[in-house]
Write a protein that binds this ligand. Structure first.
Ligand SMILES: NC(=O)C1=CN([C@@H]2O[C@H](COP(=O)(O)OP(=O)(O)OC[C@H]3O[C@@H](n4cnc5c(N)ncnc54)[C@H](OP(=O)(O)O)[C@@H]3O)[C@@H](O)[C@H]2O)C=CC1
Ligand SMILES: O=C(O)C1=N[C@H](C(=O)O)C[C@H](O)C1
Length: 268
């Protein structure tokens, strides 16, 4: 069996560590490179030591050299880091799985442009369960298209830097698309003061940040006399990592193209 050769960016981050652990456990994947930013105390250390499983792959800042050995870079960092790595991946003809959230429209356009020459899976949530929820939301939105107010509520740990979460925004996009609305114009991000009555066409977002919450998302369809809530709760980052490896296997052998987890899971 040919193993998919994996490089991991943001190695010492929360997702980086989970990705290292998951890659080292996978029979059909091989960790070939791990990157951290210059100044990281982990540079030069064995990446496997981060998860108590030394593996002989040192954490480095030399992304170009690492990508020359890899089939796929899995990147859960920050938009500016991911976009820099994207250029290096293009130069190395290396595929990318991008889990980073919080991109501007320009950042997303740069990812789409790069995917014309390398294969890229770009998804705000790699967990199978969340991607199943995206499908459930399509059905719910179609059935509840009249008379139900839509609100998206998300909760994450205190260290998360972007809001609303990428997943919450995608949930809003899924519902808006089914309802024939444009999320750009119908989204309301939080409310304060004298807001006036709710506009039925809007989709509201509420954000909670605290403690070590891994990631909770609820879409509420609030009608008169009843309400429907579709909720996903993460209790571990493991499903994000195993989904990412599934995405890496999906792009192995592909020449180019922009995909998301719905493509990887055959849900389109
Ligand atoms: N799609 C999905 O399924 C999921 C997506 N995410 C997203 O992944 C991203 C990372 O999350 P998480 O692991 O919790 O974050 P962490 O802050 O724990 O880790 C981020 C890592 O990226 C590094 N980093 C930061 N800036 C740069 C840069 N400019 N260039 C290179 N490396 C950089 C950090 O290094 P340093 O410590 O030195 O700053 C750190 O190692 C977030 O955008 C989050 O929303 C998270 C979970 C699931
Ligand atoms: O930062 C996180 O932790 C997470 N980020 C992703 C998002 O913004 O949707 C996915 C997951 O919710 C965890």
């Amino acid at each position: 069996m040919k193993k998919v050769r994996i490089a991991i960016a943001g190695a010492s981050g929360r997702m980086g560590r989970m990705l290292i652990e998951t890659t080292l456990k996978a029979a059909d994947a091989e960790l070939v490179a791990a990157f951290d930013q210059p100044g990281s105390p982990f540079i030069g250390k064995d990446a496997g030591e981060l998860v108590s499983q030394p593996c002989g792959v040192a954490i480095t800042t030399d992304v170009a050299a690492g990508l020359a050995k890899a089939d796929c870079l899995i990147d859960f960092t920050r938009p500016e880091g991911t976009l820099h790595h994207l250029e290096l991946a293009k130069a190395a003809s290396c595929g990318m799985v991008i889990g980073t959230t919080g991109f501007s429209a320009e950042g997303k356009a740069a990812i789409a442009a790069a995917a014309e020459s390398i294969p890229v899976v770009f998804a705000p949530n790699m967990a199978i369960g969340v991607n199943a929820v995206f499908k459930l939301l399509e059905v719910a939105a179609r059935i509840l298209s009249e008379g139900y107010d839509v609100e998206v509520i998300e909760a994450h740990h205190r260290l998360k830097i972007d809001a609303p979460s990428g997943t919450a925004l995608r949930m809003g996009e899924v519902v808006a698309r089914e309802l024939g609305r444009d999320l750009e114009t119908c989204a309301i991000y939080g409310r304060e003061g004298v807001t006036g009555e709710r506009d039925a066409q809007t989709i509201g977002f509420s954000t909670i940040r605290g403690g070590d919450i891994v990631g909770d998302h609820t879409v509420l369809f609030a009608g008169i006399g009843e309400r429907i809530e579709i909720t996903h709760k993460s209790s571990s980052r493991m499903p994000y990592a195993s989904g990412s490896l599934r995405a890496a296997r999906f792009i192995a052998g592909r020449k180019a193209g922009l995909f998301d987890m719905q493509d990887v899971l055959g849900l389109k």
